[in-house]
Design a binder for this molecule. Sequence first.
Ligand SMILES: NC(=O)c1ccc[n+]([C@@H]2O[C@H](COP(=O)([O-])OP(=O)(O)OC[C@H]3O[C@@H](n4cnc5c(N)ncnc54)[C@H](O)[C@@H]3O)[C@@H](O)[C@H]2O)c1
Ligand SMILES: O=C[C@H](O)CS(=O)(=O)O
Length: 478
Amino acid sequence: MRYGSIINGQERNEKQRETLEVRNPFNQEKVAELALATQSDLEDAVNNSFDTFHSTMKVMHAHQRSDILRKAADLLEGKVEEFAQTIVKEAGKPIKYSRDEIKRSIQVLRFSSELAKNITGEVIPMDAAIGGENRMGLVTRKPLGVVGAITPFNFPLNLSLHKIAPAIAAGNTIVFKPAENTPISAYLLVKLFQEAGLPKGVLNLLMGTGKVGEPLVTHKKVHKITFTGSLPVGRKIRESAGFKKVTLELGSNSPNILFEDADIESAVKDLVKGAFAFSGQVCISAQRVYVHKSIYDSFLEKYIKETESLTIGNPEKEETDIGPMINEDEAMRAKQWIDDAVEKGAKIEIGGERNGTVLSPTIMTNVDHNMKIIAEEVFAPIVSVIPFETEDEVVNYSNDSIYGLQAGVFTKDIDRAMRVANQLEMGGVWINEISTYRQDNHPYGGVKQSGIGKEGVKYAIEDMTEIKFIGVKLNPNH
Ligand SMILES: NC(=O)c1ccc[n+]([C@@H]2O[C@H](COP(=O)([O-])OP(=O)(O)OC[C@H]3O[C@@H](n4cnc5c(N)ncnc54)[C@H](O)[C@@H]3O)[C@@H](O)[C@H]2O)c1
Ligand SMILES: O=C[C@H](O)CS(=O)(=O)O
């Protein structure tokens, strides 16, 4: 199948277009061909989104936007398997995790549908200021206009919906540039919205690489860029976006801390999933596990044993826990980071083997903060287990990073849990839960170089609207 951009409801898929192949990361079979967008498609998409904002979207009421989002959720509920199988093929995500992603996506649509009807403002007590008597002050929320949404390969449906659904709820139009390796779910999503009754031009789709992402970021008619992806690209976007609002959801090297009173059995099970789900290609994947020295040996032994029980192989199979990475270059890069750490004195406790795009789940010890597998975002099935002695020490270790997205703290002592949570330089901290856990309705987004702004439907809507003050001077004699 060949997939093209969709602008004002029309697909642009002519034969003479430059194309890009999409290959199944597990077996390298050709899954699809992408008909790439040109500079003139980009102009058309942005202009059409701009015009649609001023015509269609400005007169579309909250209850209509809410209905479309709810209808999209209902339709997606009937297509879980079609979308899940697509993500298996284009991203190599094991089927059970692909289905989880679709189920979360349905919730994102439902939260957005509900919140579309609840975008409220406030009334300011104007007489609180001397001279403010007989005045009324209203704080209202207005949509921004055209939102440019640029998304990554690893949660191609849910992370796209975390931008598109709140943007629609808030009354914006969207130019959507999905990752070039996972364009099919993006295409199906735009079709799903068409079926749900979204007017053409509200959601325009541009197929292509960063080459089409760049001019979207700098375009004068785009009011906001919401980007999820890597730090280097995020940095570029920040520098070139000018006065636009920018949300950046970037990477991390998430720490998880186990104190001596942690429930080891359940932490072990959760941290296997937390480090290795989708081969660690999750921005909040458990990358650093700090374990109190009194339970270190026992934890490590159990952690290795549980990791041994994972099933590695074809992501289409129900029993598969670990499938491929997105491509061979990425698997080679990760393997090289392991080798580099070993050269510097690290030990592989389990894993460390690469077969094409598949890297076996790897636990490392004897690591230090100068190794890439600790200091940088590993984004692969590699986790390091590190002993610590004191609370201060582990807080310092955890904060010794350019990133700060999410962390996990495991202890039965609530005072300690809260003390540590407050000291961690993170966008979010889970207590007795892994860093990798995310619900779609809590604020989500990093500090430091993990990003700017928040998602989680309510918070994305806040970032996709502008506060507008309206003041009225009343005549007390009327
Ligand atoms: N914080 C989060 O919520 C979150 C969630 C998922 C993934 N991520 C991060 O995403 C990364 C992995 O995803 P990826 O490999 O698809 O990321 P990536 O940065 O390579 O690509 C993301 C998107 O940006 C586009 N792009 C590339 N260059 C561009 C440019 N110069 N201008 C505009 N757009 C450009 C790509 O085509 C793609 O659509 C990891 O670093 C991961 O941590 C973060
Ligand atoms: O990859 C990072 C994602 O934000 C994880 S999740 O889809 O939000 O759980």
